[in-house]
Design a protein around this ligand. Structure first.
Ligand code: NAD
Ligand code: MG
Length: 382
């Protein structure tokens, strides 16, 4: 028998107009008995936000950049994110904002005792220690939406972390995995945006092509599960069916699989540690999904992964510098100002120059973030 809560849990979806945001609303639409959408926020896509507000009738709508809607009911500015994340009628904050812009809403929600269903991995990369501290003060908790971390959580739930020897994050390898060196040297924005297995926002799609995304995810895993960096490995798995492996201290390896869809990790982040009936995920057919293959990372072609892991190991402001340099370089690549290979160059140069900046407080981390963005802009004159 399935027990449905008498009172649906209140959910705020930050970044509701993006790839994860729209995926989450599809899940929430099927799960209206269990969850009620109480707040929606977006950056600037007013038309889609209006349509979502009509469909879900949330008590609060915020749009950061643009003017509020005609009748003045919508809130604007970055405070709208904090207001949405800390409302009394909100139990779960699904943070699907892209980039450093999501940080303050995560911290505010955690300090307010909410569950944060976290897609915005940049939050943990910039300020993992502050996030851990914010969780330690009350009932606030982070449950990952990222598919690899959801997989790890699904594998380890019920086991103390001390029983985990190692995790292996899977990576699709991105669109350039099997390109010749010659072809790779002239990769365009359009090429980089053609991800083989996932349809996602532009920034994470470029991060997947450079493998900077996997570096962000190694740091994310370190902070989420308290694992030392030497116990977090990465393997390329082009089919994106196994979402990660967990190796336990007795040598047994547990993996979580599904066809590539973000609907499952979004739903699990809302219901963890429970599972609820849902028919959004296509049936698993191991024959159709065969073969599943694995290969090592080509670090010479994708230096961003090692740069990011080294930044994670260095700690302090280094992960924030890595993240900000990457965000800035990806934006420059997307607008045609720099080449694909300039992205890891920008990251490396920013880390060399600024990686040792202090990073104990939010203010220090934001100063390092701003310095890294300035550094990349000066480097390329953009
Ligand atoms: P996206 O670009 O499709 O959507 C981003 C959302 O954030 C939009 O709703 C946008 O309005 C909002 N936003 C952008 N800038 C903002 C700002 N300055 N202030 C407030 N809101 C802002 O991105 P996405 O692909 O949905 O990714 C969102 C996050 O989820 C990223 O951190 C990404 O790494 C992570 N993630 C995404 C996927 C995926 O499948 N798309 C998978 C795993 C993790
Ligand atoms: Mg991922």
């Amino acid at each position: 028998m399935t027990v449905v809560a008498a009172h649906p849990k209140g959910v705020a979806v930050l970044g509701s107009t993006g790839s994860i945001g729209t995926t989450a609303l599809r899940v929430l639409d099927r799960q209206r008995q269990r969850f009620s959408v109480r707040a929606l926020t977006a950056n600037s896509n007013g038309a889609l936000l209006r349509e979502q507000a009509r469909q879900f009738s949330p008590a609060f709508v915020g749009m950061v950049e643009s003017q509020p809607d005609a009748d003045g009911a919508w809130k604007s500015g970055t405070e709208a994110l904090i207001t949405a994340a800390t409302r009394d009628d909100v139990d779960i904050v699904l943070n699907a904002i892209v980039g450093a812009a999501g940080l303050d809403a995560t911290l505010a929600a955690l300090e307010g005792g909410k569950r944060v269903a976290l897609a915005n991995k940049e939050t943990l990369v910039i300020a993992g220690d502050l996030v851990r501290k914010a969780c330690g003060t009350g009932t606030g908790e982070v449950v990952p939406v990222d598919s690899e971390h959801s997989a790890i959580l699904q594998c380890i739930t019920g086991h103390p972390t001390a029983q985990v020897r190692r995790v292996v994050l899977t990576a699709s390898g991105g669109p350039f995995r099997d390109w010749s060196d010659e072809r790779f040297a002239s990769a365009t924005v359009e090429d980089a945006l053609r991800h083989p297995t996932w349809r996602m926002g532009k920034k994470i799609t470029i991060d997947s092509a450079t493998l900077a995304n996997k570096a962000l995810e190694v740091i994310e895993a370190h902070f989420l599960f308290g694992l030392p960096y030497e116990n977090i490995d990465v393997v390329v798995h082009p089919q994106s069916v196994v979402h990660s492996f967990v190796e336990f201290i007795d040598g047994s390896v547990v993996a979580q699989m599904s066809v590539p869809t973000m609907e499952l990790p979004v739903l699990y982040a809302l219901t963890h540690p429970e599972r609820v009936p849902d028919d959004g995920v296509p049936t698993f057919d191991p024959v159709k999904l065969s073969p599943m293959t694995y290969e090592p990372v080509n670090h010479a072609r994708f230096p961003a992964l090692r740069l990011g892991v080294a930044a994670g190991i260095a700690g302090g402001a280094a992960p924030a510098v890595f993240n900000a340099a990457n965000e800035c370089a990806v934006a420059a690549f997307l607008n045609g100002s720099i080449r694909f290979a300039d992205i890891p160059r920008a990251i490396s140069s920013a880390l060399e120059e600024l990686g040792a900046m202090p990073g104990a407080s939010r203010e220090e981390l934001l100063a390092a973030d701003a310095a890294a963005r300035r550094h990349v802009k000066e480097m390329f004159g953009c």
